[in-house]
Design a protein around this ligand. Structure first.
Ligand SMILES: Cc1cc2nc3c(=O)[nH]c(=O)nc-3n(C[C@H](O)[C@H](O)[C@H](O)COP(=O)(O)O)c2cc1C
Length: 365
């Protein structure tokens, strides 16, 4: 559903285009497309294939500030970033000023382009412990936490959050103004409340209002449910945001970034990725997984991605079953060769990208 905005807002939003977007000293292209931070998804191997396919700014998965301070191996590993990824942001979460400030200093040493604070994670283990979207219940606390991070680091600090805690407290306009006042340099807004989790459709009306608030000078990035070039252009024009952040649509379909860029430029669609394109991404993702982790873990973690990359191929099940049991890169690449031979001339149809309702079974309270 596309909600109609008052015409005046619409005109204003259309009129602000054609400018480069800056976050601190980071120069992004006009209307940048951002890869959303996604736990267990947006790791370096996945980011590598998204970068190849047009993502302009990427984020790590969220990292616990407490975990970083405790030197937890899992949290530390998530700090890995590579030169070819730039610009890249590291995202942290937490509910304590001192911990967040200390985590910011640890992050700074790894030299990302920016540091992002997560005030949007809805899952119980985070939100009900007063971090992530839990902070949306207490805007004064959110301001203090943000201010502590801004003061602790010389990196540009950005925030990613939701519209509010629930339908009665959709306070993103106040949040945006107050966070800008304490020094954040960009804001990404997911058009849902915390209690919505992933249900219903993202509502971009308030995102548009924040963007068109004359007090707001920082870039505003819209996020939620973008799954096609048409929708990206529609929302770009309707809500006037400075750029769009894409999460689920990129899972198994990193081509979404270049497809949107091409459509913005030409109003025409790129052809769907060929079997060669898909296998190239599979090989690279696998190779990077092995390089980043190790052969055993890398090959294991890659298994969940094949179904997505090879979606739409008739009778692919047998190959897929092989891919998820093999244990060496050579064997897996040999199956990719077989797939290339079998489906070399296959013409993919343009099919809508399916957005999974994550956390569907996750209790809200
Ligand atoms: C598997 C998964 C993991 C996520 N992990 C994070 C995270 O670590 N940090 C964060 O800010 N948002 C996280 N999100 C939320 C996304 O960044 C994004 O806001 C949300 O998926 C809506 O965008 P989309 O409709 O384009 O997917 C996650 C989403 C998914 C699906």
């Amino acid at each position: 559903m596309i909600v109609n905005l008052p015409l005046v807002l619409l005109r204003k939003s259309v009129g602000v285009r054609c400018k480069m977007v800056k976050i601190g000293n980071i120069q992004l292209p006009d209307f940048p497309l951002l890869l959303a931070p996604m736990e267990d998804v947006s790791d370096p191997p996945f980011r590598a294939v998204c970068k190849d396919n047009g993502a302009d700014l990427m984020y790590t998965e969220f990292i616990s500030s407490e975990g970083l301070i405790r030197d937890a191996i899992k949290s530390r590993k998530k700090l890995d970033i590579f030169e070819y990824e730039r610009p890249v942001g590291i995202q942290i979460f937490g509910g304590d000023e001192d911990s967040l400030a200390m985590a910011a200093k640890i992050v700074e040493v790894t030299n990302p382009d920016l540091l992002d604070i997560n005030f949007g994670c809805p899952v119980k283990k985070v939100a009900l412990k007063g971090a992530g979207a839990g902070v949306l219940k207490d805007i004064d606390l959110m301001v203090r936490l943000t201010s502590a991070v801004v003061k602790a680091t010389s990196l540009p600090v950005t925030v990613k959050t939701r519209l509010g805690w629930d339908d009665k407290t959709r306070n993103i306009e106040e949040v945006a103004e107050r966070l800008q006042d304490v020094g954040i340099q960009a804001l990404a807004i997911h058009g849902r409340t915390r209690t919505q989790m992933y249900k219903g459709e993202a509502d971009w009306t308030l995102i548009g209002k924040v963007k068109n608030n004359p007090r707001i000078k920082i870039p505003i990035f819209g996020n939620g449910d973008i799954d096609s070039p048409e929708k990206a252009v529609e929302y770009k024009n309707r809500y006037g945001v400075d750029g769009i952040m894409i999460g689920r649509a990129a899972i198994g379909y990193p081509w979404i970034f270049n497809e949107i860029k091409h459509f913005i430029k030409t109003s025409e669609h790129l052809p769907p990725p060929t079997i060669e394109d898909r296998l190239f991404v599979c090989r690279k993702h696998l190779n990077k997984s092995i390089e980043w982790k190790n052969p055993v873990v890398g090959i294991n973690e890659m298994r969940r991605h094949y179904a997505n990359y090879l979606k739409g191929l008739p009778n692919i099940k047998e190959f897929r079953n092989k891919l998820v049991t093999l244990t060496t890169e050579e064997e897996i690449n040999a199956v990719f060769d077989e797939i290339a031979k079998t489906y070399g001339c296959y013409e993919f149809e343009k099919t809508p990208i399916e957005l999974v309702n994550y956390h569907e079974k996750c209790p809200v309270e």
